[in-house]
Design a protein around this ligand. Structure first.
Ligand code: C2E
Ligand code: CA
Ligand code: CA
Length: 404
């Protein structure tokens, strides 16, 4: 049912107020889980209007209209009280609870008594402030940056957690985010395409998550539906997942059962097992790093490299990232004089491209390399050609180890 079905503004508001009184406006809770362990980390309260005939109206049907006429203020405080009441009862029943986030429309930004009302309401239920996370949509930042920065400071100073919601949905400004004392950056679901297969989109997601971490913000991805999305978000180090893959918004009784269970969501277990390759991959890497003193990933097409592992035993220290050609030149200078030319020729990009074009799988050379202690060691360097699923660039993984 559309809210236009309520007819006039007055009829709609009358119906809304009646619904508030009758308990028709109720929170559903959507779990948030740790991206790696699948453990429950908290939930978000999302309003549902349950009509007497059982029809459930989603927020899109009435929240925008309430935002036009300030009815949203009443709704948000109602949702906060319902959430506090739920948290209070969980505590009374000895259930281990986690923080629940509540949405506050940007209209609140213009209210002078927002923080005192927040404190008073939560205190009435005896809920410690750390269990309430205030979600403020990113668009509020754009409207009135200086006002919102001060407001978030005040909310934070009272011990509440603050999340910047819908980040990436609109006119995101990275510079505002750096100025606010938030705890959480919620990535808008529009940043996720079907399976995160688009190269540019992957770069954007990776960068936003890295940016969040540099500002010491927890990165929460919203709207995660597929294993592919989850897998990619994990590789980017995303902290928390909220999405249908782990659970849709659910009535209180179901959410309570989730808190009681506490641990990994049962329906998530198979996802975690199939996705366990992330940690298996790490173990494999640890084993490789144990065997090889130097592991480099390079993109020959773009003449770039970065060091994945470097246990230095040579005099020349090398930048951890840079131009591949320079890496080979500097590397050659650590070789025994007779071996320098051999090293430079074997690992020149020209030679590597030619080997790749011939279909060879690797290029290998053994050279003598001088260490800090003045001792020459025999070192084997092998460049393996690897294929990126997302580009035609020629990539290599270089592994070096001492073969004395
Ligand atoms: P939001 O705050 O961004 O909430 C997340 C929305 O994404 C929710 O929609 C949730 O059901 C949906 N979602 C979560 N995971 C997935 C997924 O994997 N796939 C898809 N397709 N959707 C997913 P919902 O509950 O319909 O709420 C819509 C919006 O209404 C919310 O967006 C929020 O802006 C607003 N809203 C909801 N409750 C309140 C409230 O109490 N106060 C205020 N001011 N706004 C609210
Ligand atoms: Ca939200
Ligand atoms: Ca959101």
């Amino acid at each position: 049912m559309e809210t236009t079905a309520f007819g006039s503004e007055q009829a709609f508001m009358d119906a809304f107020h009646a619904a508030l009184q009758n308990g028709e406006l109720t929170p559903y809770y959507q779990p948030k889980v740790n991206a790696v362990t699948g453990k429950l980390e908290g939930a978000e309260a999302l309003v549902r209007w349950i009509r007497p005939d059982g029809a459930i109206l989603s927020p899109a049907m009435f929240v925008p209209r309430l935002e036009e006429n300030r009815g949203i203020l009443e709704l948000d405080w109602h949702m906060l009280r319902k959430t506090c009441d739920f948290l209070r009862r969980l505590k009374a029943d000895g259930v281990h609870r986690k923080a629940i986030s509540v949405n506050f429309s940007r209209i609140h930004v213009y209210e002078d008594d927002f923080v005192p009302t927040l404190v008073r309401t939560v205190d009435e239920y005896g809920v410690p402030h750390r269990f309430i996370e205030v979600e403020i949509t990113e668009s509020a930042l754009v409207d009135r940056p200086e006002r919102i920065i001060a407001l978030i400071d005040d909310i934070h100073a009272e011990g509440f957690r603050v999340a910047i919601d819908d980040f990436g949905s609109g006119l995101s400004s990275l510079s505002f985010v750096k100025d606010v004392q938030a705890d959480v950056l919620k990535l808008d679901k529009s940043l996720l395409s079907h399976n995160c297969e688009d190269e540019k989109e992957r770069t954007v997601l990776e960068s936003i998550i890295a940016f969040a971490h540099r500002l010491h913000l927890t990165a929460v991805a919203e709207g995660v539906e597929t294993k592919e999305q989850l897998g990619f978000l994990r590789t980017c180090g995303c902290d928390t997942i909220q999405g249908f893959i782990f659970g849709k918004p659910m009535p209180e009784a179901e959410m309570r059962a989730q808190f009681e269970r506490g641990g990994v969501q049962s329906e998530a277990e198979d996802i975690l097992v199939t996705q366990a390759s992330a940690s298996a991959t790490q173990l494999l890497l640890d084993a490789v790093f144990c065997e090889y003193s130097l592991v480099i990933m390079a993109n020959l097409t773009r003449n770039s490299y970065y060091m994945m592992e470097y246990q230095n035993f040579t005099q020349t220290s090398c930048p951890s990232t840079g131009a591949f050609d320079e890496l080979i030149y500097h590397g050659s200078l650590t070789m025994y004089p007779d071996d320098q030319e051999k090293f430079r020729t074997a690992f020149s990009r020209e030679n590597l491209f030619a080997a790749h074009a011939r279909g060879e799988k690797k290029v290998c050379a053994v050279t003598r390399q001088i260490g800090d202690d003045g001792v020459y060691r025999t070192v084997q360097t092998t460049d393996y050609f690897v294929k990126s699923p997302s580009s035609e660039d020629v990539l290599i993984i270089a592994l070096c180890h001492n073969v004395d």
